[in-house]
Design a protein around this ligand. Sequence first.
Ligand SMILES: *[C@@H]1O[C@H](CO)[C@@H](O)[C@H](O)[C@H]1NC(C)=O
Ligand SMILES: *[C@@H]1O[C@H](CO)[C@@H](O)[C@H](O)[C@H]1NC(C)=O
Length: 817
Amino acid sequence: MADCLVNMIRISNGSTLKRQVRAFILVFLIEATVCQIRYSVPEEMRKGSFVGNVAEDLGIDAKRLKLGSARIVSGDSNEYIRLDVDKGTLVVGEIIDREQLCGQTSPCSLNFEMIMMNPMQLHSVVVEVLDVNDNAPVFREKEMHLEILESALPGTEILQMSATDLDVGVNALHGYTLHPTTHFNIKVLSSPNGHKYAQLYLAGALDREKEEKLLLTLTAVDGGEPQRSGTLKIHVTVRDTNDNAPVFTQAIFKASVIENVPKGTLVVSLSATDADEGMNGRVTYHFNHMSSNVAELFILDENTGDLTVNGVIDYEENKIYEIGVLAKDQGGQSTSTNVIIEVTDVNDNAPVITLTSFSSTIAENSPSGTTVAIINVKDVDSGKNGKVSCSVKDNIPFTIQSTLKNYYTLVTSGALDRERNPEYNITFSAVDDGSPPLSINKTITLRVSDVNDNAPVFEQSNYEANIMENNSPGLSVFSVKAHDFDSGQNARVSYLLIDTQMNGNPISTYISVNAETGVIQAVRSFDYEQIKTINILVKGQDGGSPPLSSNTTVKLSIQDQNDNPPQVLYPVQTGGSLVAELVPRSADVGYLVTKVVAVDVDSGQNAWLSYKLQKATDRALFEVGSQNGEIRTIRQVTDKDAVKQRLSVIVEDNGQPSHSATVVVNVAVADSFPEVLSEFTEFPHDKEYNDNLTFYLVLALAVVSFLFITCVVVIISVKIYRWRQSRVLYHSNLPVIPYYPPRYSDTLGTGTLQHVYNYEVCRTTDSRKSDSKFGGAGSQNVLIMDPSATGTMQRIQSEKSILDEPDSPLEVRPLTF
Ligand SMILES: *[C@@H]1O[C@H](CO)[C@@H](O)[C@H](O)[C@H]1NC(C)=O
Ligand SMILES: *[C@@H]1O[C@H](CO)[C@@H](O)[C@H](O)[C@H]1NC(C)=O
């Protein structure tokens, strides 16, 4: 047996197939023995590429090959290598892929035999396929996804990755590189069987908030020339961990809110951000710390952070609110801050008025400027809204003055008069300076107390009243009334009669006035014929202190009553003496015989007299003038007429009822006096009667004269005695009203005499003065008793009366003939 030296042709790197390395091929040319020849050829050579010159290497002629019908037998690889018998060379029959042929086995050889006939020779040929770097390293996937928590610690191993390279030897996988390596890196490790893999680990801290997605490129390289590589894209997603707390957008929130805004008004929107994602970044808002009452005023929306009003915001209660708030994420992190809410004042409070001191009454004479009340006015609003001004409404004499801050005094600004305004409703108002302004009114009732500044006022400044004479004493005549505009005791009027004298007597002896009612009463019965009018002064005085008073005059007129019958003055009616009017027989018709003169002390109608012929001896001869009382003949006197005619005339006044007096008039119808005498003495009865009468008359005259002298003596004695007594004792006021007969004169010729009355009071016992006068003028006091008069006329004439009317002496004309 002979070993064949096989030439080994080495084609370096397979890239240039021209480079051949001739190996030794040991050809053992042994009969029936196999000689082995070795060649090498790079993979991936083109078809027909030269592998080795077998003939030459076997040392045989190329023809031998032909002749011997050399052919390649056995082996699967006969299609890869072909024998070119013409050239005696082995060429590539089919492109050889080493990786396909041998995989990772190395070296990779094609073993076959070449057989030749004639003689039969068997040669073993080994063709080694040389690796060419025709495969790049390959990862199983081109891309992969990876999630990693951002909280992972540096150094943490994450993943092993490997690539494969079908090539072998230097062309096989050589190593890995990673890009970028900011956060991650790799370690290249080898497995026990020599396979290399990459261990990915975390090189630096992750922050999802900065970089959420990372792209890593892992490159696997082989050692071939040129080098081939494969890459793997690693998509890293950094998973969030709650490593961020929410952050408020402002360090502190400031807001302002107007007081009294409605519920739901937005005050401020809180806002916080959280860099984390998902629930870790979902922020909710909460109250943190505040007093419970504030919690009722505001509401915080958990989700939106809107802080809204939920109650009544009152500036006056709280001017500023500080609320702690919290922003929370759902991963348990939180941040707090404060919200400062300033409340803006609104003019929502009216001023409040308080009466600090107040006197409800004021005297009407209080001077202007008197303090009535002290008022305190407050407004809890601030600024202009709390600035208050005060004033008095209406046009009343009061004004408000400002004293201290918030204090006002209400003072009078004019004169008060209770009689005009007994009460004031003082309304004052306080207005603040807000917009719109708020105001308040307060009314106080002030009573003006009375001062006695009004005197009583009589309803009339003078009064006139009538009173019938002959009244009963105590009769209420009239009443006066006075009003006083003051009140109470100051208006209580009492009536006083002012003391005056009337006829020398105090007026109070005639009239009295009821102090309470003002009723005027007669103290005594009045006689018109003596007193016709009474003038009194009444004083009305109030109960004030000092009292005020006023006067009024009252004129009381006394009314006449028909209480006196007519008195016949002429002809004087004598008892027995014959007085007759003489009518000559020659008298014509209408001859004035005489005139009946009568008076009536009453007045007016009561004194209006009329005359009538009541009886007559011959009614046809005489008539009486009804108005003037003149008796006249109404026919011619004849001789047949009786000498002695007797007429009875009735005198009537016009009063109701009327009074009358009768007078008898004797008329002698004769031509001579002796005829009359003889005629009148012809009556024997009459003569006897007249004698007796004469006697009685003389007697009566004597008695009366005696009584008169006695009386005068007695009166004078008594007067002197009393005068002496009164010097040491008392005065008596008992008045005596004497009666003075009227003076008269027939001036009108009406028969009614106009008379002038003169009444004087004569005090029988009065003051010494009047007594002395009385005594001194005693001789002038005359008492005349006229027996021929129907009544006794008493006359006491005072010295004064005589002095007053010296030329009208009071006397009785003796009407005798
Ligand atoms: C004051 O007010 C009272 C009660 O309102 C009323 O009765 C009275 O008449 C008023 N007085 C005046 C003077 O207006
Ligand atoms: C009232 O009468 C008195 C006394 O006569 C008098 O002094 C006073 O002046 C009078 N007053 C008036 C107002 O007439």
